[in-house]
Design a protein around this ligand. Structure first.
Ligand SMILES: NC(=O)c1ccc[n+]([C@@H]2O[C@H](COP(=O)([O-])OP(=O)(O)OC[C@H]3O[C@@H](n4cnc5c(N)ncnc54)[C@H](O)[C@@H]3O)[C@@H](O)[C@H]2O)c1
Ligand SMILES: [Zn+2]
Length: 716
């Protein structure tokens, strides 16, 4: 207990804890604490250090930014340290900061503040110059600027070179034409700092994939973004759809323009994405109002924010205000309160998913958190339950962020919140079909491996009928439950079973497989609760209509691991029929992978999943059954537009965004060839600004000419 320690010992202990958690957060991208918990520890340390200034050391976490750079990346110094921001947690602290700012400046001077959203991602420094950093200095002659290097913040002084990953982010311009630089008032070399964020939709998709692959889900979009930008595989980064928002503009380590507000304008003009919620304001009262307006945006932005950053607008004033140890005095981050609440864990339910994965779900006494009633939270798996040490009857801290499923953060224990007594027992058998659960070596999850488990069939049916898949209206929770012989009342909960046992089966199931859907008769449906003639006819019509959905939808509906909408579409277009796909996937494994990986965007992981899917007898039978039932299993075979097999390209002039190398890379990775000279055999000439004799030759030979946009379209 801290109270028994000397201040020196207490400080040491807090520092050790903070360093440990910083390591997990910054280096491993796998925090164990929420930010609120970490901030609380940091604030304890800061208060102790304030009381005992003689104990403050330069290496204290209160004085330093970030973590150590990760192995595997080249380390590069920053042009000027990338600092942290001091925080204000309420209006009083914010007003105190405003007072300090005004006290430090002559009273005759007006102070203007720029308010920006505090994007919850990680910061990057992007250096631009005449050369692309990969050889040739394209911009040298035409005055354009090129992305030379992208660095993470690292420890604030030294960052990690993640240039090849940064190049895959669509909102980072790879080059900026001389004309645009001129319009924005930018020189040819400069530095942009900003935030990389992972949109919530990409985050949810990533976690679905991680779960399907038996990996632990990422804790939050920030950590997922940090993990992504620091993977060593640029093609993975490209798939994740990271976004970059620019907010600082520098040159040689100094702010380039006399105001932050004009810097944001210049960034926008030159083609960077600048967040649209920006305001330059004249008083702290207006700032308080901006913050109040910004907080409710949290649920609708599509990316996470954790506060508002307030900066002194004038660079000259910033210079006079200067810095403390690890943060500027001229800026402050107003942090929104964590959306959290304390409630009682009433029970733990075990849910069986489509893949058989059993997930413990907390049933909570309903509690209002950030305007939403929360009564369920995920407990992920047995490891997570053990880590939390949670028991039924405990009071727990629940946190909710953006669209993310509520999560139990910790057990609360004090006089008002006594501990629960009932241990959570993970079932040894499937709570629905009673078959013994299994755990694949190296995975944390337990799975029901019974392919005909009603819980799994239920999830399969719901997936099959879902919007964007087979689109069968009227086949939702309640109807599926009834078709499986369960009570309609159970609806979404029918597979959620407590210790008391499996869902009540009230009648003989009408269907056991997806194929059975297409054998349903009118009189079957009329026997169900609350199903009249109109409902029955409408559902049968919908089911019939779905037979025409086509191969891509069927593939998607089958729920093969990693095969999402786009992959299903590409597979359908490549093979043209289910038969051809099955033939390809069921030959010996080396040939199968080769045949499947010939499809655009299909890598070894996806290929493997397809092979495994068709190796299961039940799946093969289902596909045959569906074909016999008259479902459309063909698609128009199409050489997808991004396959440039057999085509030859010549590049000339300067493209607005792509460098010569990256255009070449893109063409080659899509199977095309890039040549240096134009001939009759050239398929396309890609011409940019100031294209010369090659363009003339193309025109005289009648070779097709593309601009950058045309090339990108061809690449899909
Ligand atoms: N959970 C854990 O274990 C753990 C461990 C370490 C740190 N943390 C968290 O990390 C954060 C501390 O790290 P920090 O030093 O990055 O501080 P910070 O995140 O509080 O503030 C600084 C950062 O804000 C970002 N930012 C977003 N929008 C901005 C804008 N418009 N203008 C300028 N900057 C903007 C930048 O990336 C900048 O580096 C805290 O939130 C802390 O809770 C958590
Ligand atoms: Zn089961």
């Amino acid at each position: 207990m801290a109270s028994e320690l000397t201040p020196d010992q207490a400080i040491q202990e807090l520092r050790d804890q903070l360093r440990h958690h910083e390591y997990l957060y910054y280096v491993e991208d796998a925090p164990e604490l929420t930010d609120a918990q970490y901030d609380a520890l940091m604030n304890r340390l800061k208060r102790l250090e304030e009381k005992h200034p003689e104990l403050v050391t330069a290496d204290s976490p209160s004085q330093r930014v970030g973590g150590k750079p990760k192995e595997g990346f080249t380390k590069m110094p920053h042009s000027r340290p990338m600092l942290s921001l001091d925080n204000a947690y309420n209006e009083e602290e914010l007003r105190a900061w405003d007072q300090r700012v005004r006290d430090a400046l002559p009273s005759t001077e007006a102070v203007r503040y720029v308010c920006e959203l505090k994007l919850d991602g990680l910061s990057l420094a992007l250096q631009y110059g005449a050369g692309s950093g990969k050889g040739e200095a394209h911009g040298a002659k035409d005055g354009s600027a090129h992305l030379v290097r992208g660095l993470t913040r690292g420890d604030g002084s030294i960052g990690e070179d993640v240039t090849s990953n940064v190049r895959t982010i669509r909102s980072v311009p790879l080059s900026i034409s001389a004309a645009k630089l001129k319009a924005a008032g930018l020189p040819q070399s400069f530095e942009v700092r900003g935030e990389v964020v992972l949109p919530q939709a990409s985050f949810l998709k990533l976690n679905e994939e991680r779960e399907a692959a038996g990996q632990a889900p990422a804790a939050n979009p920030r950590n997922a973004a940090a993990g992504t930008i620091r993977t060593l595989e640029p093609n993975i980064v490209a798939q994740r759809r990271l976004d970059f928002y620019a907010y600082f503009l520098l040159r040689d380590g100094e702010f380039l323009l006399p105001q932050q507000s004009t810097a944001l304008d210049a960034l926008k003009t030159s083609g960077f994405r600048v967040n649209k919620y920006v305001r330059a304001l004249k008083s702290i009262d207006e700032v308080v109002k901006f913050i109040a307006d910004a907080e409710p945006l949290r649920d609708s932005l599509g990316y996470e924010i954790d506060g508002v950053v307030i900066k002194v607008d004038a660079t000259a004033q910033q210079r006079r205000l200067g810095f403390t140890g690890k943060a500027p005095r001229w800026a402050i981050a107003y942090k929104f309160a964590a959306r959290a609440g304390i409630t009682k864990l009433e029970d733990v339910l075990f849910q069986v998913g489509r893949t058989g994965k059993v997930t413990p779900v907390a049933a909570l006494a309903p509690v209002l958190i950030g305007g939403t009633t929360v009564s369920r939270a995920t407990l992920h798996n047995a490891d997570e339950i053990a880590r939390l040490g949670v028991r039924i009857g405990d009071f727990v801290q629940v946190e909710r962020g953006g669209d993310v499923i509520p999560k139990i953060v910790e057990v609360v224990e004090d006089k008002a919140h006594p501990r629960g007594t009932k241990e959570i027992v993970s079932p040894k058998n499937c709570p629905v079909c009673a078959s013994e659960l299994q755990r694949i070596e190296g995975e944390v999850d337990w799975r029901c491996v019974n392919n005909s488990c009603p819980a799994r069939v239920r999830e399969e049916l719901l997936h099959w009928s879902a919007r964007g898949v087979m689109n069968i209206e009227g086949l939702g929770d309640a109807m599926v439950a009834q078709l499986l012989g369960q009570s309609a009342e159970l609806g979404g909960e029918s597979q959620v079973v407590t210790e008391e046992g499996a869902p009540v089966v009230v009648r003989r199931p009408l269907i056991h497989t997806i194929g059975d859907l297409y054998r349903l008769k009118r009189e079957d449906l009329l026997g169900l609760e609350r199903v009249g003639e109109k409902t029955a006819d409408a559902l049968l019509e919908e089911i019939k209509r779905s037979k025409k959905a086509g191969l891509a939808r069927v593939l998607l509906g089958l729920g093969v691991r990693f095969v999402g909408e786009r992959t299903a579409q590409l597979l359908a277009e490549h093979f043209g029929s289910m038969d051809e796909l099955m033939t390809a996937a069921t030959q010996d494994s080396e040939k199968a992978s080769e045949a499947l990986e010939a499809v655009n965007e299909v890598g070894p992981k996806v290929a493997q999943a397809i092979v495994e899917f068709f190796a299961v007898e039940k799946n093969k039978e289902l596909v045959k059954d569906l074909a016999a039932l008259g479902l459309e299993m063909t698609a128009e075979k199409r050489v997808t537009t991004s396959t440039l097999e057999g085509l030859t390209f010549v590049l000339t002039g300067t493209l607005p965004n792509l460098t010569r190398e990256s255009a070449k890379e893109k063409i080659e990775s899509a199977g095309g060839r890039v040549s240096g000279s134009v001939s009759k055999k050239t398929s396309y000439v890609v011409a940019g600004e100031e294209a010369g004799s090659k363009l003339d030759k193309a025109n005289s030979l009648g070779v097709k000419v593309l601009d950058e946009a045309g090339l990108l379209e061809l690449l899909g």
